[in-house]
Design a protein around this ligand. Structure first.
Ligand code: 6MZ
Length: 352
């Protein structure tokens, strides 16, 4: 169900390429197969394919994308759903050649099923542990997500929860994500929570300037500074951003997580060839190709690398370097980076 008709030899290279995925929302990553399993268990919801995924050539507004997440949340509302979804998503990333994955998800309380936010996080961590026990060739970490729509108080609560898990999860919880509908709320109100998170050692990945109206907020949040930026679509002067925002990102060496298909299908970027990947890549600034929501946008990380390469004319050697440099941007400790670098070195001659 992918968009690209990948011909044999090309697709083998991208699939075999060892990859790092740093921007993947759990409930946006649910595959068609998993959605089918969930729909069968909840037939009263009458879920159809077009309600949970945006297929080839289709576009939605970003607002419509957020409606899709609401539907998926109805399907994934109990502990056993989260366990299945997380295990399936991890297994699929592993099958796609992802060797290191940082999953992110917004802990949700569901009164009808008795799910609590704490149990939500425990369940995702449990899924990660189960995949480890099955010896899948993928190292998975977790970022606790703040949905900006829920305001300052919930953000602070979420940070406290993330802190607890950072201390008790044996290194699985490495950071915090700020996401959600970018047109709702203001980052100013979330600053105290984000500052606290940073001070307690949680790494910060913030969605910044995903829509044009966020420049003031972006300027403010860059002061933290975040450890990585999600999207940053409207940072650049040519789309209404500014040189001073770009300078802040460059000066602080803040890596960007770039999701081509997500931005094109959500219509914040008009076409692949207009994607801001080009700007940052040419600048030599650290940027990492990611999927965002592989289920909703019908993609996978191999396809995203292939699209970046074909759109911007990257050689296989350049693609290899791009995937390898993503290791520098992970939130897990240096020992993990060393292991990954070793893995890449060991695979190079057989993949390239
Ligand atoms: C901002 C996004 C997003 O957390 O329930 N999310 N936030 N921009 C995007 N661009 C398309 N895609 C997903 O996964 C779904 C949630 O991730 C965030 C939204 O808060 C969405 O509700 P979880 O696992």
């Amino acid at each position: 169900a992918l968009d690209l008709e990948m011909d044999g030899e090309e697709s083998v290279f991208y699939r075999q390429l060892p990859k790092v995925e740093l921007h993947a929302h759990l409930n946006g990553s649910v595959s068609f197969q998993t959605i089918e399993k969930l729909s069968k268990q909840k037939p009263h919801l009458n879920i159809e394919r077009s309600m949970t995924a945006i297929g080839k050539g289709q576009r939605r507004t970003l607002d419509e994308c957020f409606q899709v997440f609401k539907i998926i949340h109805q399907l994934v509302d109990a502990e056993e759903d989260i366990l299945m979804v997380a295990k399936d998503v991890i297994t699929e990333f592993a099958a796609d050649g992802v060797k290191y994955l940082e999953l992110r998800s917004t802990p949700r309380e569901e009164k009808t099923t008795g799910l609590t936010k704490k149990r939500y996080i425990e369940t995702v961590l449990n899924a990660i542990q189960q995949c480890k026990n099955e010896e899948l060739d993928i190292d998975v970490r977790f970022l606790v997500a703040i949905d900006r729509r829920n305001g300052a108080e919930v953000a602070m609560e979420t940070v406290k929860l993330a802190e607890e898990f950072m201390l008790s999860s044996d290194g699985l919880v490495v950071g915090l994500d700020l996401s959600g509908d970018p047109t709702v709320g203001h980052g100013r109100d979330l600053l105290p929570a984000l500052r606290r998170a940073k001070n307690s050692g949680l790494k910060l990945s913030l969605h910044l300037s995903e829509v044009p109206s966020q420049l003031e907020e972006t300027d403010l949040l860059l002061e933290l500074p975040p450890d990585r930026i999600g999207h940053g679509t409207f940072l650049l002067p040519e789309v209404g951003g500014s040189k001073s925002l770009v300078d802040k990102v460059v000066k602080n060496h803040i890596p960007l997580e770039l999701c081509l298909t997500s931005n094109v299908k959500g219509q914040t970027v008009p076409a692949y060839s207009n994607h801001h990947f080009k700007y940052w890549y040419q600048l030599g600034h650290p940027c990492v190709i990611c999927t965002d929501d592989k289920g909703v946008f019908c993609t996978d990380l191999s396809q995203e690398y292939q699209l970046a390469a074909s759109t911007f004319g990257l050689s296989r050697e350049a693609v290899w370097t791009l995937s390898q440099q993503a290791i520098d941007c992970i939130f897990a400790q240096d020992g993990v980076k060393q292991q990954l670098r070793h893995k890449w070195a060991g695979m190079k001659s057989q993949v390239l």
